[in-house]
Design a protein around this ligand. Structure first.
Ligand SMILES: Nc1ncnc2c1ncn2[C@@H]1O[C@H](COP(=O)(O)OP(=O)(O)OP(=O)(O)O)[C@@H](O)[C@H]1O
Ligand SMILES: [Mg+2]
Length: 224
């Protein structure tokens, strides 16, 4: 890697997030320096071309709900997730939908995933990251996104459970135990109307935080 054809490059060290461990390297002298640092870290590193970009794009899919965001650096850092930046929702396009649907398919049909890209000054888009359901929620519609996730999970569970013929062989006519009885009954009927609105209580504080989250850093509410 000491003979990288073109600079600048971006070196990404290990399994970090929030822009940590990402370094822009302008020439092979600096590259050698970084390589020597990486050599001490006991972790992997990757190198990719640096894209001179105008803004970041993020497309997310939660079931059949799609959203696209654009993030522009205000403070001028090449990493738009470092320093201050402006986050705006933008219109979904067929191209964006194709990206995220394709990524979903590649990984076996992900219900929840996101794709990140940088929009270069050359007018082209460069995808540089795909996330699965560990993706953080961003933007002002996080409460709505959580609701979509909740509905998706509940409907999946109902779908799976209604297909599972487990209840029949167990205890043919045991009416004694109210617990198992009450669990079995609602399932064949329908979706249990209103189970504890999942995440209901604890959600609000987070939602509040995130809404006033123009300057982009606070996204990472739950890093690990
Ligand atoms: N090859 C690249 N060329 C230009 N800019 C890049 C490149 N790779 C990353 N960036 C910029 O740096 C930012 C952080 O990069 P990246 O998303 O890979 O880091 P991260 O630590 O995984 O951050 P996050 O936790 O937000 O996913 C990106 O949002 C983008 O603005
Ligand atoms: Mg990342």
């Amino acid at each position: 890697m000491l003979t990288m054809p073109t600079f600048p490059v971006v070196v990404k060290i290990g399994h970090a997030h929030s822009g940590m461990g990402k370094i822009k390297v302008d020439n092979h002298y600096d590259f050698q320096d970084i390589a020597s640092v990486v050599a001490l870290t006991q972790t992997y590193a990757t190198t990719e071309p640096f894209i001179d970009s105008k803004y970041d794009i993020r497309i997310q899919k939660i079931g059949s709900n799609y959203k696209a965001y654009m993030r522009t650096s205000i403070s001028g850092n090449w990493k738009t997730n470092t320093g201050s930046a402006m986050l705006e929702q933008i219109a979904m396009s067929d191209k964006y939908k194709l990206w995220v649907d394709t990524c979903s398919e590649i990984f076996g049909g992900l219900d929840i995933c996101a794709v990140k890209a940088v929009h270069g000054k050359d007018g082209k888009d460069y995808i540089f990251e795909v996330m699965d359901c560990a993706m953080p929620l961003i933007g002002e519609h996080q409460a709505e996104d959580r609701q979509h996730i909740t509905e998706l999970v509940v409907s999946k569970m109902n779908q799976m459970l209604s297909k599972t013929p487990i209840p029949s062989p167990q205890r043919p006519t045991a009416t004694q135990q109210p617990q198992s009885g009450s669990l079995k009954e609602p399932e064949p009927n329908k979706i249990p109307p209103q189970r504890p609105p999942p995440q209901g209580g604890p959600v609000h504080p987070q939602g509040m935080q995130s809404q006033s989250q123009e300057p982009l850093q606070p996204q990472r509410v739950f890093p690990a």
